[in-house]
Design a protein around this ligand. Structure first.
Ligand code: NAG
Ligand code: NAG
Ligand code: NAG
Length: 388
């Protein structure tokens, strides 16, 4: 059975690569000049679906819940998403409130919950991941002050990276760090833990101050969807030009009624991709490379049950967590987290309800199943208002 499956997967991949390469050269031949990769990826996604169907028919091995749903494709360029101005940009306040003396015990309770949930055998298979290179890639190192920070995208990480860049001594204050440099890891002096030797890594994991920031898992998914597919304020064309068409190609319901025109990725299709436990999502994830970090679980990103974090910040209470973390890490006074009006980080139930209003209960339950480790480990309540 295992062999059979492996063989099938290898065939599957080989065929997909053949089709991909074949289509690529076909487009080159036809045009004689390089074109957008979009038609190729859409075609590849379509063929991948076809093979998935074939696998199911032949061997009945892959359950495909969205199996009867078709493919839509187009060849024209997608319209550029409208660039929304960042509302946070011009409302920053100069500083955050001072350290709340109560916050030490708040953090202690969070760490206790994390530790006890990691021991809970009923969710064991969801909470434990190995400290792989993927995880070590997510962790940034500040040797000067013995701090490790695990990056969880869509949770205000850019500001924390700036804080670490300042602590590393490259710039005097957070405001001096150029926006472009924050994500340029060759130029900003902020190293990933994966760049060190195994001995250096375990020494740092055992002795440094380690922290991560989390927020409500569903609200984070909405934020990822908005930021990458609806607004795309950082001008990252691959989300709407490569990733969205492949998700649409694989999960869009209407096969024949749609005309071949470009359209936006719907939140519903994004959810279908996220809840797919079959081979198709694994293939897409491979093709999307590490851009999937925007919707991977905190568990997959930071291995919180394997790495003993010293502090867990919550986005919803960041105005209290930021001063606490700087204090606990021993760098209070050396750098300050940029101020912001607290209500922009608060949980917004109306927004969550709006986004999920078009999603079926079954899909919401599946989505909760996939992200439940994040809810349990970090004390976020089960969203009963969506599930019941
Ligand atoms: C373990 O997790 C399950 C599922 O979330 C929960 O119902 C149960 O109460 C937990 N057990 C303990 C001892 O925390
Ligand atoms: C984890 O284990 C539970 C039963 O204990 C099972 O229902 C669930 O499907 C498992 N999840 C994964 C991702 O293996
Ligand atoms: C919550 O979200 C809704 C819908 O997106 C929005 O209209 C409202 O202003 C938000 N509330 C706050 C306090 O940000």
């Amino acid at each position: 059975m295992r062999h059979h499956w492996l063989l099938l997967r290898i065939c599957h991949w080989a065929l997909l690569i053949l089709v991909f390469v074949g289509t690529l050269s076909f487009f080159r031949l036809v045009d004689g000049k390089k074109k957008s990769l979009l038609p190729v990826v859409v075609t590849a996604a379509r063929w991948e679906r076809w093979f998935a169907h074939c696998d199911v028919m032949c061997v009945c091995l892959f359950p495909t819940d969205y199996g009867d749903r078709g493919v839509q494709s187009w060849t024209g360029p997608r319209p550029k998403p409208v660039k929304a101005s960042d509302p946070k940009a011009h409302v920053f306040q100069p500083t955050l409130p001072p350290l709340d003396p109560e916050w030490h015990s708040v953090n202690e309770k969070r760490i206790e919950l994390l530790t006890s949930m990691c021991r809970n055998s009923s969710i064991n298979n969801l909470t434990h991941v190995s400290i792989s290179k993927f995880v070590l890639d997510r962790i940034f190192v500040c040797d000067k002050h013995k701090i490790l920070f695990c990056q969880t995208p869509k949770v205000g990480n850019t500001q924390w990276k700036k804080v670490l860049i300042v602590l590393n001594g490259k710039f005097p204050t957070v405001d001096d760090v150029p926006e472009k440099l924050v994500h340029d890891h060759s130029g900003n002096g902020l190293h990933r833990l994966s760049s060190l030797t195994p001995q250096e890594i375990s020494h740092r994991l055992n002795t440094y101050f380690k922290f991560l920031i989390v927020r409500d898992p569903f609200e984070r998914l909405i934020s990822a969807f908005k930021d990458k597919f609806e607004q795309n304020p950082r001008d990252e064309p691959w989300y709407n030009e490569d990733i969205a068409p492949m998700i649409i190609g694989t999960y869009r319901k209407s096969y024949w009624d749609g005309v071949l025109t470009p359209s936006e990725l719907h939140f519903e299709e994004f959810v279908h991709y996220l809840v797919d436990v079959g081979v198709r999502r694994r293939i897409l994830d491979q093709l999307f490379t590490n851009r999937i970090i925007h919707w991977m679980t905190y568990t997959e990103l930071c291995a919180p049950c394997e790495i003993q974090y010293s502090a867990v910040g919550h986005h919803e209470t960041l105005e209290k967590d930021a001063p606490y973390i700087l204090h606990a890490a021993g760098v209070e006074g050396l750098v300050s987290y940029p101020g912001f009006p607290p209500d922009i980080t608060r949980y917004n139930r109306t927004k969550v309800e709006q986004y999920f209003s078009g999603i079926s209960k079954q899909d919401i339950r599946r989505l909760f199943a996939r992200y439940q480790s994040d809810f349990h480990l970090f004390g976020y309540p089960r969203p009963d208002f969506l599930l019941n």
